[in-house]
Design a protein around this ligand. Sequence first.
Ligand code: NAD
Length: 259
Amino acid sequence: MDLGLKGRKALVCAASKGMGRACAESLAREGCDVWITARHADLLEATAAAIRKTTGAKVTAVPGDIATEAGRQAALAACSDPDILVNNAGGPPTGDFRKFSAADWSAALEANMLAPIYLMKATIDGMTRRRFGRIVNITSSTVKQPFASLALSNGARSGLTGFVAGLAREVARHNVTVNNLLPGSIDTERSEVFVTNHAKARGISREDARAELEKEIPAGRFGSAAEFGEACAFLCSAQAGYITGQNLLVDGGAYPGTF
Ligand code: NAD
């Protein structure tokens, strides 16, 4: 299916690795011009070069920390009027909420709630004027099915989710959609951390820990970043114009509810 994205401008945040990178790759393959951000310039440029090579697309690396005003300004200076915005940042630390300081909470809110909101604020009016916009926020399945140890993530991402629910309805009539994509267990460096933690907690090997975690997933496996990227590209497609304000799980069926 041609997703109708040729020549669209896509700004994909936190995209040197993992799901951000996969989203950038899928959008580049669909013919978008892509701007990618991440903090480490060398790795980011290597990722941009790799995506250029595999897709032939125009890919621009914009180094910077998206959780800071300077990082966001750099991204917006390079790509001031994106048609597509994929919001992403690293996840906050896990642990007992009693041990988190005010600074820990501020950092989680900056990265996982406020940065996406500020970027939407800076770009959404241009999208409504041009009568095309697609915004995808990478959040987490734990917004729907929280774990106590992910206190910082649960709090910050739920704030973003509530904000998006209102915003999506305000801009829908302008062919601008805002959706959240909720990863379950996706094979990336971040999920490696969870496998290692599970192994430590259970006193078992990494391989056994991974097998235990996979057994809990109806699909029987972790998802790939590429599968996640393709879901993102579809939400950004011309065809997906009537899908907005949604929280779409990409979790192999792990969330057990009917809705
Ligand atoms: P990853 O560690 O593989 O990649 C994260 C990317 O974000 C890297 O390119 C990193 O350089 C970049 N990055 C991190 N913080 C940044 C910042 N402040 N500014 C700019 N770039 C930054 O992670 P991933 O697995 O792709 O996860 C992406 C998001 O999804 C994270 O918030 C994570 O917590 C969440 N998540 C992941 C899973 C999973 O199974 N992988 C599940 C649920 C939620």
